[in-house]
Ligand binder design. Structure first.
Ligand code: FAD
Length: 423
């Protein structure tokens, strides 16, 4: 651990200033806690986990101590009760200091946000609501009390994670629960999570597979039939350790349902901003690329010679362009995360696609420009900019809202109303 990494970030201002972005005191305090934690705890550990592609389990243990594992667990269940927006702003602050931890933390937090504030917004019968509240309590107790870590493997390498088909991982109903079999690829926290929050299709013998029958189950990592295979040596986000998860006839008791039957499908269709939750990490990386450039051009980056480069007009113009891109990204993204809710308007959904596209593409564009502007010595592997550049490259590939899918939907849905054809 290099304490200078902390010194470098000690005085970082919040990405979203409390007064300028009209945050409440409670929101600002929680986001500030994440920022300080990121600077003090995540930044000094990030380089080594990135180099070795090891999972930063100690970050998650420390997050438990700080209450951050339970940031979206409702207050009456012992958590911080953060809203969607507060979570997104806090996650951006973590992403600034360690993209891989922020992205993995997102997978964990979604298991509480989707079952918590988001599920509270969805229509459910009284019976479904009672069942859901009783079951989620079990998960929240594990997180708040024991520091249990949940992951979120849904990708399978085919059209399911893009929302175009039913999940190939299937849950066969049996006495008292399900037998689950399937394969999940690029599953962050593989081997580190205590529970895998698996999306799968409930399918009895002879039934057709349907997206409406998607189940969201918490599968204990230690259950018989669970294994993690393959290696993990990617370009970026190396510390997410996103290996392949295999499930073979894993018995999962009914009480491990993270949502009642049919509710995940309802959430995916009526609360689409749930898929914007991968973007905060990259908002943080965009800010980090900009911050690095300012400190570097001023000749103040710890561990590098105190050479100033800020007096050159070309560097000033490049930084000005970076600032403009950063402000545009922040403004659009803040608007999109602020208006997340059940049954958003068409305009709000299109804005969410635009925000996701913008953050994912601009984070990497800013990092690339930072390298060009700072110069050759800035791309040495011992500096954080190289990691920011590599980590930010993966954002636009993340399903279900890849940059391509966002473009595709934005174009089509701007030109066609639902049900309209040219035929
Ligand atoms: C660092 C990192 C961490 C990750 N962590 C997780 C995780 O924890 N959990 C998880 O579930 N996933 C995770 N992912 C996976 C990620 O969300 C994507 O699912 C994955 O990158 C897709 O890889 P692919 O090569 O199968 O992509 P693609 O081939 O692009 O997509 C897979 C399939 O989606 C469909 N598809 C793709 N593009 C389109 C399009 N434009 N229009 C229509 N259909 C399309 C196609 O059927 C295609 O075969 C992670 C990825 C990265 C890079």
């Amino acid at each position: 651990m290099n304490p200078r990494d902390f010194d470098q970030h000690d005085a970082d201002a919040p990405i979203f200033d409390r007064a300028a972005f009209r945050l409440s005191k409670e929101e600002a305090e929680l986001i500030d806690k994440a920022r300080r934690f990121g600077a003090r705890v995540l930044a000094p550990r990030a380089a080594q986990h990135d180099r070795d592609a090891t999972f930063p389990i100690e970050n998650f243990r420390d997050m438990h101590g700080e209450g951050l594992l339970a940031i979206c667990v409702p207050e009456d269940e012992g958590g911080e009760g953060a809203s969607f927006k507060t979570y997104c702003l806090a996650a951006a602050e973590l992403g600034r200091y360690c993209g891989a931890t922020a992205l993995s933390w997102n997978m964990h937090v979604c298991s509480t946000l989707w079952t918590g504030a988001l599920a509270d917004d969805l229509e459910m019968s009284a019976e479904e609501r009672d069942e859901h509240n009783a079951r989620r309590s079990l998960h929240y107790k594990r997180i708040v009390g024991d520091g249990a870590i949940y992951s979120q493997p849904f990708s399978e390498g085919g059209p399911a994670a893009a929302g175009a088909a039913a999940f190939g991982t299937e849950a066969k109903p049996v006495d008292g629960g399900f037998l689950v079999s399937g394969k999940k690829i690029i599953a962050s926290l593989s081997g580190a999570a205590d529970y895998y929050g698996v999306l799968c299709t409930e399918r009895a013998e002879g039934d057709a597979a349907s997206r409406r029958n998607t189940l969201y189950l918490a599968i204990p990592a230690k259950a018989d039939g669970v294994s993690v295979v393959g290696d993990w040596d990617p370009l970026g986000m190396r510390a997410t350790v996103s290996r392949t998860l295999l499930l073979k006839d894993v018995f999962v008791p009914e009480e491990e349902m993270l949502m009642p039957r049919g509710v995940y499908f309802r959430a995916a269709t009526s609360w689409p901003h749930m898929f914007l939750t991968l973007s905060p990490t990259y908002m943080g990386l965009a800010q980090a690329a900009y911050d690095f450039t300012v400190v570097y051009l001023r000749g103040e980056l710890p561990g590098t010679p105190p050479v100033k480069r800020r007096m050159y007009p070309t560097k000033q113009i490049a930084l000005a362009e970076m600032r403009i891109m950063l402000e545009q990204t922040k403004a659009l993204w803040f608007q999109a995360v602020s208006e997340a809710r059940a049954e958003p308007t068409k305009e709000q959904v299109l804005r969410a696609y635009a925000a996701q596209f913008t953050v994912m593409e601009n984070a990497n564009a800013l990092a690339a420009k930072a390298i060009r502007t700072c110069g050759g010595q800035a791309m040495l592997k011992n500096l954080s900019l190289v990691r920011i550049y590599r980590d930010s490259r993966c954002g636009s590939l993340m399903l279900p809202w890849t940059a391509e899918i966002c473009l595709d939907r934005l174009g089509r849905e701007s030109l066609y109303e639902p049900g309209e054809t040219d035929g």
